[in-house]
Design a protein around this ligand. Sequence first.
Ligand code: ATP
Ligand code: MG
Length: 169
Amino acid sequence: MYITHLEIDNFKSFARKTKIPFFEGFTVISGPNGSGKSNIIDSILFVLALSGARGLRAEKLTDLINVNTGKNTAEVGVTFSDGTTIRRRIKRTPAGYYSYNYLNGRLCKQGDVIEFLAKLGVKPEGYNVVMQGDITRIMEMSDGERRKIIDEIAGVAEFDSKREQALSE
Ligand code: ATP
Ligand code: MG
């Protein structure tokens, strides 16, 4: 299963509704500095609830709304190769902000999105994206720290924490 396309609307630098296709296997996005490449990754992490505002390089969620259009909502939709679509919309109001999640067009809880992804082996606490600067960080960390990341990717870490929990009970 893979992502076939994204629809980004008023999210970060994407002021106009933009459809971005992805291909099975490997897709490369290139462009000048500041043109919005990383914002595309941020949009995926946002719609799939894989990161909070900080991980999306924003202080708060409402900073994800495009600053130039004057609109109060930002929306991202992701479609998978099995036809499943997940959408997330944030809306700014004078009283705060609201976040809405949709699974195949129906309003759902964020937990439903997390559950859908967990079935595909994608977890919010997992190492899903290699961010800018990560390679340098991984090279510079200690063997023990690097081992932790490999355990996480290999799916061993989950059993380690379950074992620790069992031993402490
Ligand atoms: P680099 O090659 O340097 O990594 P990039 O293509 O990854 O660049 P991004 O970090 O995705 O670039 O985009 C940065 C741009 O997004 C900046 O110009 C910034 O002003 C813009 N941006 C971020 N948040 C918003 C927002 N809420 N509204 C409008 N523009 C925004
Ligand atoms: Mg970037």
